[in-house]
Design a protein around this ligand. Structure first.
Ligand SMILES: Cc1cc2nc3c(=O)[nH]c(=O)nc-3n(C[C@H](O)[C@H](O)[C@H](O)COP(=O)(O)OP(=O)(O)OC[C@H]3O[C@@H](n4cnc5c(N)ncnc54)[C@H](O)[C@@H]3O)c2cc1C
Length: 239
């Protein structure tokens, strides 16, 4: 899997800070944009995110290229409705080679890995045979499994990203979408620390776990730890 932050709103913190100021001050947003400095914008964003005034951070958009995830993972990802997606089409793209994702649990188990690989090899051969028989890719793809790799472009605003990180960086999310979400989190954190400095699963961002009996329990190890250390604890919990 590869996650690349392709583009994002230029000066995301300033744009969102101007939106926050617009709701509270006389004057025009374009004048505020000229007057506000970076430091001021950062502080304002920290304050509004702290208050939970999240609508102002919807003005910052982030576009990712998400490459080589399984169709199982992409299906989970597109359940997040406040986003734009463009996915490689299995209707129009005739795959010469059918690439697959192997789950780590299967990779670790030699016998399981052999069964998995044989099954996928047979599937890839069936797909190719169907194409050779003149079946269109859109119909031949009916034999392809959840493991099939896909690529997509996704654009999401900062508010929805915080929500995605809450749900998908959590240890209750499946390993693949969880790895993807952490990768996205670190990349947006790099370009916009004020927007994302408290982001992560709920145990990090809100200091609570709502998973009940299914909780991984990692939050119990947080005492005395700063947010970076807490992120490491959550990520390493099952390793
Ligand atoms: C650990 C885990 C297990 C899961 N298991 C399952 C499962 O077994 N089966 C299954 O079907 N799904 C499952 N899901 C997917 C889950 O149900 C959601 O579809 C997915 O996480 C997207 O999140 P969301 O619906 O909060 O919001 P998004 O689509 O990301 O929307 C963000 C927010 O906008 C608001 N919103 C969006 N659309 C509406 C609307 N139509 N009406 C009102 N408010 C709206 C809500 O507040 C929502 O939280 C699972 C998710 C996780 C993280």
């Amino acid at each position: 899997m590869k996650v690349v932050l392709l583009e994002y709103t230029r000066n995301p913190e300033t744009v969102c800070a101007v939106a926050a100021l617009t709701s509270m001050k006389e004057g025009t947003p374009s004048d505020m944009l000229k007057e506000i400095d970076e430091d001021n914008a950062k502080k304002r964003i920290q304050r509004v995110v702290g208050y939970g005034h999240y609508s102002v951070i919807e003005h910052a958009n982030f576009t990712f290229s998400i490459e080589g995830i399984s169709r199982a993972c992409s299906h989970q990802l597109v359940r997040h409705r406040i986003a734009s997606f463009t996915q490689q089409s299995q209707r129009y793209v005739k795959m010469e080679d059918v690439p697959f994702v192997t789950p780590p649990s299967i990779k670790k188990n030699k016998s399981a890995e052999e069964i998995f690989k044989n099954s996928l090899k047979e599937t890839a051969e069936t797909y190719k045979k169907l194409l050779e028989l003149g079946i269109t890719p859109e119909d031949a793809r009916f034999v392809l499994p959840n493991a099939t790799k896909t690529n997509l472009v996704m654009t999401m605003n900062a508010r929805e990203l915080l929500h995605l990180f809450n749900l998908r960086c959590c240890n209750r999310a499946q390993w693949e979408i969880r790895d993807m979400a952490w990768e996205m989190l670190y990349q947006v954190l790099d370009v916009s620390p004020a927007l994302f400095e408290t982001s992560g699963p709920k145990c990090i961002s809100e200091g609570i776990c709502t998973e009940g009996k299914s909780s991984c329990g990692c939050y119990k190890l947080f005492e005395g730890k700063n947010i970076d250390q807490r992120r490491i604890i959550v990520k390493e919990f099952y390793k």
